[in-house]
Design a protein around this ligand. Structure first.
Ligand code: HEC
Length: 178
């Protein structure tokens, strides 16, 4: 056998063999109204972005892309889903206490400002998750407004009252921002 075809054969054999090392994805489950979008009454424009840009790593309703089913890329994808979920599970928003919620919202707004999320390795393959400056601002603004609601002990807005609360906050914002 020629040297070149031997190498090809070995590479092919390795690729086949590593398929037996299965990626370890967390259990995918429905959130039954406990996800951040439902609990915090996210308007459509926000929930659409969050679902397409964050949910694949921060929710239990993640979708696995084709390269997430083939080793070795599957190991990296599974790792991101596991780590992302562990850090911030948007499907189980109600499991956080008020301090926890406040902290997650703060981090999330920060990630938007700094452009750290969604991970670059993800947006290479997911065009729909690439966020424009405006979308980042929109999300950061929403996370911050919810943060003020939660820490100000205002019960998450019921539709109708939301507008009024949002205005109050907008107003106070100029003064108490550092
Ligand atoms: C490709 C997977 C992936 C996507 C998509 C993604 N994240 Fe993450 N996220 C991670 C991983 C992994 C971590 C933990 C490690 C790190 O911080 O880099 C993380 C960490 C975070 C944290 C930090 C939590 C903490 O308490 O430290 C926040 C907040 C966050 N992500 C928000 C978001 C938001 C908001 C979006 C959507 C706009 C998003 N992420 C999209 C994978 C992802």
């Amino acid at each position: 056998m020629k040297r070149k075809s031997l190498i090809l054969l070995i590479v092919a054999a390795i690729l086949v063999l590593i398929q037996f090392i299965r990626p370890n994805y967390p259990k995918s489950e429905t959130s039954e109204g406990k996800d951040i979008i439902t609990v915090l009454h996210a308007p459509d424009n926000i929930s659409n972005i969050v679902k397409s840009a964050c949910y694949d790593c921060h929710s239990s309703q993640y979708e696995i892309p084709w390269y997430g089913k083939i080793a070795p890329t599957s190991w990296f994808v599974a790792n991101h889903v596991n780590e992302g979920l562990e850090e911030f599970n948007m499907s189980a928003w109600t499991k956080y206490d008020r301090k926890g919620m406040d902290h997650k919202l703060e981090e999330a707004a920060e990630m938007m400002d700094e452009g750290e999320m969604p991970l670059k390795s993800y947006t290479i393959m997911h065009k729909e998750a690439r966020l424009s400056k405006e979308q980042r601002k929109l999300l950061a603004g929403w996370f911050n407004s919810k943060r003020r609601e939660i820490s100000g002990n205002v019960t998450p807005a019921v539709s109708g009252q939301e507008e009024a609360h949002e205005h109050e906050h907008e107003h106070g914002h100029e003064h108490d921002h550092d």
